[in-house]
Design a protein around this ligand. Structure first.
Ligand SMILES: *Cc1c(COP(=O)(O)O)cnc(C)c1O
Length: 454
């Protein structure tokens, strides 16, 4: 990394001396120093060295409408002057949260008209866990507690979120998962499909849900939670047979279904929600990220009317956050949704940029390092392999990390999940910017291949 700006070193020293960064190796970060991002506009970031970087990840999947939209800053500023804070506890409310709840109900799948707000996606899933158990207790079935989740799913980093998630490297720290959460196989054909066709594997993976329900006993299972498309796990697009089979199983057993829409929600698939894309009928949907385009923290849980009808009979729900439905966050989210609607951003993803990105990305399939290119909407994954036919990896070479470093150095942010390169650019990315993304990605694949051969 070039280091021409003396201020970069000052900031890195501050990091070294005082900051503990999330999902980082503290010691390694001290040695290398973080890259300092100082400004952003549209789909581009600038670092403190003046490098312009195409953000192929929309931050952490969240900057849906792109960076630098003054309307969101203005909405926040206006709300801060009018009512910077008030809570929603003890039978109070304020206009922005009520207007936002209505705006979300308007775009949510039919019959999902109520929202419980939180400060993040993790808190949304913590809320979900407590609400699911509360729901069954009200119905006189307090033993229906177990939540079934999936290996390599991501549901956040709080104790419940990390437990619901299926990341073993997270479970290893802090004695997780907590009791009452179990995991089934993920529909990740490329890595785990073996000799099955994707269609066969999709049915097999879905059947794991039924087997788990029967093993635990349906009387003990409260809910199944899943991302429509696993994001942090590596943009895992389930085989076409997966969701239809899951839906059959859910129809057969009396358990709740929670769609974690934190990534898929707010347009990522070219529909408002991933549940629209796959025609799922969830009872609850966790939201965050695109809700505010990341400009300010906010999450929530959208709840189906029938579930709310039961909760209405349960007295106090003894759960809430100081910042639940924060007025400034609500004002920003409202403006974000208004922009998405008025500028028809999701229509454009659906009709124009998603098909274009998907076809351009697939051109990379001919690259010797690439075992598969897959994607939906503005989500994409590129599998890096040693042998295309057998899907064999370069064991122990850290190929994904090598590629990610080349990307950074060449002005592109792509994330590496093991040896899977993933992208999720802002929804406002243009065709010309997609061309730039794909050109840079190919260059970095070439550089990675040369590095492996050297
Ligand atoms: C990011 C994410 C979360 C957690 O959201 P935070 O706001 O980081 O707490 C939960 N679920 C999914 C699918 C996510 O991608």
């Amino acid at each position: 990394m070039t280091n021409n700006n003396p201020q970069t070193r000052e900031w890195q020293a501050l990091s070294n001396d005082h900051h503990l960064a999330p999902f980082s190796d503290f010691k390694q970060l001290k040695e290398k120093g973080p890259r300092i991002i100082t400004s952003a506009k549209g789909v581009y970031l600038w670092d403190s060295e003046g490098n312009k970087i195409l953000d192929g990840m929309a931050g952490l999947w969240c900057v849906a409408i792109g960076y630098g939209r003054d309307e969101l800053a203005d909405a926040a500023s206006k709300q801060m002057r009018e009512l910077p804070y008030y809570n929603l506890f003890f039978q109070t409310a304020h206009p922005p949260v009520l207007e936002l709840a209505k705006a979300i109900a308007d775009i949510a799948p039919e019959g999902m008209n109520h929202v419980f707000f939180t400060g993040s996606g993790s808190e949304g899933n913590d809320t979900m866990l407590r609400m699911v158990r509360h729901y069954w207790a009200i119905k006189g079935q307090p033993q229906k507690k177990v939540i079934i989740s999936r290996k390599n799913g991501y549901h956040g980093s709080t104790v419940a979120g990390a437990s619901l998630g299926g990341m073993t490297y997270m479970h290893e720290q802090g004695d997780l998962p907590i009791p009452g959460i179990v995991h089934i196989a993920q529909p990740y054909w490329f890595a785990e499909g073996g000799d099955m066709t994707p269609e066969e594997f999709g049915v097999w993976a879905a059947n794991q849900l039924e087997e788990k329900i029967l093993e635990i006993g349906v009387d003990n299972v409260g809910a199944f939670i899943a991302e429509p498309i696993q994001g942090a796990g590596g943009v895992i697009i389930p085989p076409d047979t997966y969701w239809p089979r899951i839906k059959e199983i859910l129809a057969k057993y009396d358990i709740l279904f929670v769609a974690d829409e934190v990534i898929c929600g707010f347009g990522r698939t070219g529909e408002w929600f991933g549940s629209d894309f796959y025609d799922l009928k969830p009872d609850m949907m966790t939201i965050a990220k695109g809700l505010t385009s990341g400009y300010i923290p906010m999450g929530g849980l959208i709840v189906r009317d029938e579930v709310v009808a039961v909760l209405n009979e349960g007295g106090d729900f003894n759960h809430g956050f100081t910042y639940s439905g924060h007025p400034v966050a609500a004002a920003v989210a409202l403006e974000n949704i208004r922009i998405m609607r008025d500028e028809k951003i999701i229509d454009r993803v659906h009709e124009e940029t998603a098909p274009y990105l998907q076809s351009r990305l697939r051109e990379l399939s001919d690259h010797p390092l690439v075992g598969e290119v897959r994607g939906v909407g503005l989500l994409g994954a590129i599998e890096l392999v040693q042998d295309k036919a057998t899907r064999k990896r370069y064991e122990g070479r850290g190929v994904g990390m090598i590629c990610r470093t080349f990307c950074f150095e060449n002005g592109l942010i792509m994330r590496a999940v093991g040896d899977t390169m993933i992208i999720a650019p802002p929804l406002v990315i243009t065709k010309a910017e997609i061309d730039e993304l794909v050109t840079k990605a190919r260059k970095c694949l070439d550089l990675t291949l040369s590095a492996l051969q050297a």
